[in-house]
Ligand binder design. Structure first.
Ligand code: 5GP
Length: 210
């Protein structure tokens, strides 16, 4: 017969209190940085992972806030030390997610948001089966070009390199679990919050944790 103890034990067993790795990828100018910034501002369960990169800071970017900007030798040394949860070479620079902070945040029950490329996304899914993979697309190609031009921080050859990478990234879309169209910032953020909530409510994940 159902009583308080039986009820509480079922609740304890099947509700999930841990955090989750949430990978958010998009082709260039898909808007993932803005969407993630808004997500983190409005949801205290979500924390952004700060990556290391060997690329130079863009105007306005701060070390330790946007990225940890490090040299290639240091990056290679850290790969050897197993410092990264995942890493990849993107557009001629190295990028990697520091593992220790992400794992500590997961333990605290936080959803750790990784705004990383598709190669990194694949590595994360391979090593963390319950990670959630979300792909963001701008509403159209025209809009994507408009956003790249508005950004204005890149030269023509860099824009071309990014467009050719974007084509390859689009082919990886089927490896992802969710697609969010970034037409309106508010709608995109709401969709991502709903996805995270649904993922964290899955009984399947609680079963895997047992
Ligand atoms: P950007 O130089 O424009 O900031 O980033 C270039 C690409 O690198 C983007 O697709 C971005 O998501 C990706 N990226 C940023 N940090 C990481 C990371 O830690 N790991 C991987 N694999 N990709 C990253």
């Amino acid at each position: 017969m159902l009583n308080n103890a039986v009820f509480n034990s079922a609740m304890k067993k099947w509700s999930r209190s841990g955090g989750r790795l949430v990978v958010i990828s998009s082709p260039t100018a898909g808007g993932k940085t803005t969407v993630c910034a808004e997500l983190i501002k409005s949801d205290s369960t979500c924390v952004r992972s700060i990556s290391c990169t060997t690329r130079r800071p863009r105007k306005g970017e701060k070390d330790g806030v946007d990225y940890y900007f490090i040299g290639e030798n240091v990056f290679r040394e850290r790969i050897k030390q197993g410092f990264f949860l995942e890493w990849a070479k993107v557009h001629d620079s190295y990028y990697g997610t520091p593992g220790l902070r992400a794992k500590a945040l997961l333990k605290k029950g936080k959803n750790v948001i990784l705004t990383i490329d598709v190669k990194g996304g694949r590595q994360v899914k391979k090593n963390f089966k319950d990670a959630c993979l979300i792909f963001i697309l701008p509403p159209s190609f025209k809009e994507m070009l408009k956003r790249i031009k508005m950004r204005g921080t890149e030269s023509r050859p860099v824009v071309n390199l990014r467009l050719s990478t974007a084509e390859k990234e689009l082919r990886e879309l089927p490896a992802y679990e969710y697609l969010v169209i970034n037409d309106s910032l508010n709608d995109a953020v709401c969709s991502i919050k709903a996805i995270i909530k649904a993922e964290n409510s899955k009984i399947k994940h609680a079963k895997e944790a047992h």
